[in-house]
Design a protein around this ligand. Structure first.
Ligand code: 2DT
Length: 208
C-alpha cells in the first residue's frame, strides 16, 4: 500500500491556514482519499496546555523554554504521525517546525539553536506557504488577541519563513478569494499525489 502524503500549511497569523487546511481534508475525504487534519500547537496535551497559557498571556515562560515546549509538542505525536503515513493516511498539518523556527528566530534567538530540537522530525512532502502581508492580516477578524499578533513582529516572522524555503514549498497568495485559493491548493495537491504515485519516496527527516 502507498504511504500517505505529508502536506503542511505554514504562514503568518490570520493567513487562512486553518480554513484552507480544513477544506483540503474535507475535499480529499470526499474523493475517497483518507486524510487527517493535525494542528500545531496541539493545545489539548499537557505540554499544549502550557503553550496555550503562554500564548493567551496567562503564564510567562522564557523564549527558550517555550521554544522547546513547541518542539516537544511535535515530538509527542511523531510516532503516531509515522504510523498514520505508513498505513496510507495523508496528513494535512496546520503549522509545524518552520513556525517554531520563524517565531523564535524573530525574537532574535539564534537560528541554528532554534532548528536543533526539531532535527529528525518527519519532514513534509509539500509545504503551502499562505502569504499575506501583516498589514492585510491585521484587518482580519480577531487579530491581536494573542501574544504574537503585532505588526512589526509578524513582518520579521515572514522574513524568517522566506529564508527556510526550498523547492518543496509553494507560495500561495492568501489575499485572493477563498474559493480561488482552495482551487489552487487542490491543483497543487493533485500534482503532489501524481508525483508520489509515480515514484514513492521514503518519508524524509527534517534538517538532516
Ligand atoms: P495558532 O494561532 O496557529 O494556534 O498558533 N508558534 C507555533 C510558535 O511560536 N512555535 C511553534 O512551533 C508553533 C507551531 C505561531 C499559535 C502561535 O504559536 C506560534 C502562532
Amino acid at each position: 500500500m502507498a504511504r500517505g502524503l505529508f502536506i503542511l500549511f505554514e504562514g503568518c497569523d490570520r493567513s487562512g491556514k486553518t480554513t484552507q487546511s480544513t477544506r483540503l481534508v474535507e475535499a480529499l475525504n470526499s474523493q475517497g482519499i483518507r486524510a487527517k487534519l493535525l494542528k500545531f500547537p496541539d493545545r489539548t496535551t499537557a505540554i499544549g496546555k502550557m503553550i496555550d497559557g503562554y500564548l493567551t498571556q496567562q503564564n510567562k515562560l522564557s523564549d527558550e523554554a517555550v521554544h522547546l515546549l513547541f518542539s516537544a509538542n511535535r515530538w509527542e505525536v511523531m510516532e503516531q504521525m509515522r504510523a498514520d503515513l505508513e498505513s496510507g493516511t495523508t496528513l494535512i498539518v496546520d503549522r509545524y517546525a518552520f513556525s517554531g523556527v520563524a517565531f523564535s528566530a524573530a525574537k532574535k534567538l539564534d537560528f541554528k539553536w532554534c532548528k536543533a530540537p526539531d532535527v529528525g522530525l518527519l519532514a513534509p512532502d509539500r509545504v503551502f506557504f499562505m502569504d499575506i502581508h501583516p498589514d492585510d492580516a491585521a484587518k482580519r477578524e480577531g487579530y491581536g488577541d494573542e501574544i504574537y499578533e503585532k505588526r512589526e513582529f509578524q513582518i520579521e516572522v515572514r522574513v524568517k519563513f522566506f529564508t527556510m524555503m526550498d523547492n518543496s514549498w509553494s507560495i500561495v497568495d492568501a489575499n485572493k478569494d477563498k474559493d480561488e485559493i482552495h482551487r489552487q491548493i487542490m491543483a497543487l495537491t493533485s500534482k503532489a499525489f501524481a508525483k508520489h504515485n509515480e515514484a514513492e519516496s521514503p518519508i524524509k527527516k527534517l534538517w538532516t
